[in-house]
Each structure stands twice: as C-alpha cells, then as structure tokens.
Design a protein around this ligand. Structure first.
Ligand SMILES: [Zn+2]
Length: 271
C-alpha cells in the first residue's frame, strides 16, 4: 500500500504527522543552533537530529496494523519539545548566574583583603548591574569612582555614564532587604548595615529552579518515553533481532539516565 492509500484508510495519520513535523522542525533547528554554538556535543546533536528525522518518517509510515504508533510519536515529540526547550534555557541561565555569583564572591574576598580596592568594588557594581540591580550598581560604582581621576579610570567612568543615560526604573534604587536578618539596605552598601552579610550576593542570585531538579525532571521524562513509547514502538516497528537490540539499548539508556540524574551527580554538588 502506498502512502496515499494508507492516508485514505487512516486519515488521522496525516494530522499526527503534520503536528509532529511542526514540532520536529523546532527540535531540529534548536539542535543545529546548539551544536553550532557548541552548547551541546556535536555527536549528541547529530544523534538527536537523526532520531528526530527517524520519528518524522515513522509517524507517516507506521507498520501496517500498528497505526497506534503515530499518536504515540506525536505525544513524544510534542512533549519533548515543550519540556526540553524551556528547561534548556533554564539550565543556560543557571550556568550564567553561577558564573556571575562566583565572580561577585571573588570580588568580595578581594575587598576583605583590601577594603579600598576600587577595581573589586567596580566589579561588583558591574555584575549586579547585569543581574538587574541597576540602582544599587550605579550608586556603588559612583562611590567607588568618586575620587578617581577621569583619565585613569576612563573606561569605568564611561560605563557608569552609559548606565545613567539608559534611564532606570526608580524601583531599582529602593533599599534591598538582607536575606540573613531582614534589615533594609540603601544603594551604595556592600554589606548589610545590621549583620554584615554580603546581601548583594543573595539579592543577585534571585530565584531559579535548581539545576539538579531540572536534571531529574528531564531524566524522568526520558525514562517515561523509553518505557511507554520507545520500547513498544521498537517491538512492533523493527524485525525481531533488531527489536531485541533496540529494547536492550533503550533499557540501558533509561538506567544510565536515571542513575546519573538521581545518584551520579552527588560529587559535583547539586546547587
Ligand atoms: Zn543583615
């Protein structure tokens, strides 16, 4: 039976196929983009693309008598794209925030050694500006540069001027409360006035979903797909020997994924 005949017999396949491909295009373009940006391994990117194209083929060509595969594949692709794309951006964001936090922490430690370190003060201002604490950043930078000659700190003066010109919401100049003790601290303070905590560090962290949590969510999704979609689809779509190999491979992959998400990452911490 050719594709036209099959679509006539099972018109729902065309609908599932079109929905699947709409999401697959997003999936494939994301993989290409991340591979080029070196955000994911090239090998992983290529496998993910081949896997996507394979599913796209299978959704239109389910083995005769097993047309139930098409909606399963649609569910798998749509669910993966909806879950994976936002999670990926959360992870990226989290990595960037973690790098900034390390840098702020280092600058604070430099200040402990040398409280008048203008470079370290300016560094903190720059980093918290990047995290959206504009008002506090401008006040800190202004104080740090106050008695510094224009020509010696030309770059820094220029940067603060550009921050001021950008125009900011008055709200970013409001006092921030200390996470440790609750005291409110006006712009320009580096340490909590009441308890001495590095309150800007906590404020800059903001809120984000823990990386370990994201990893677990993704692992559970991958495992569910393997058990409820991958294994049944392999069983009906492949010849017996290939099906056995694919099912063993999937079972191993599921175990490894769950292991690395729930037990593996202990040593690297779960910040
Ligand atoms: Zn405090």
């Amino acid at each position: 039976m050719n594709l036209a005949d099959r679509l006539a017999a099972h018109p729902e396949i065309a609908i599932f196929g079109c929905i699947t491909w709409a999401f697959l295009i997003v999936w494939i373009l994301s993989m290409v983009h991340w591979t080029i940006q070196a955000e994911i391994d090239t090998g992983f990117g290529i496998i993910a693309i081949i896997f996507g194209v394979g599913l796209g083929f299978l959704v239109f060509n389910p083995p005769a008598g097993n047309e139930f595969i098409s909606p399963l594949i649609t569910l798998m692709v749509v669910g993966s794209v909806i879950l994976f794309l936002p999670l990926r951006s959360i992870i990226n964001q989290h990595e960037l925030v973690a790098i900034d936090m390390d840098a702020i922490d280092r600058a604070y430690r430099q200040l402990e050694e040398r409280p008048n370190n203008v470079g370290a003060r300016f560094k903190i201002a720059k980093l918290i500006y990047g995290r959206g604490l504009h008002g506090h950043a401008i006040k800190l930078a202004d104080d740090a540069l106050q008695n510094m000659p224009q020509d010696f700190f030309a770059e820094e003066h220029k940067m603060v001027d550009s921050w001021k010109r950008a125009g900011h919401d008055e709200a970013t100049f409001r006092a921030l409360s200390c996470v440790e003790c609750g005291a409110s601290n006006p712009p320009g303070e580096l340490y909590c006035k009441k308890c001495g905590a590095k309150f800007l560090l906590d404020q800059a962290k903001g809120k984000w979903i823990g990386r370990a949590m994201v990893k677990k969510l993704m692992a559970v999704w991958v495992a569910m797909l393997g058990v409820f979609v991958g294994i049944p689809v392999s069983a009906v779509a492949l010849p017996p020997i290939a099906a056995a190999i694919a099912i063993c491979g999937l079972a191993t992959l599921i175990m490894l994924t769950l292991y690395s998400a729930f037990l593996g990452g202990r040593a690297s911490g779960n910040a």
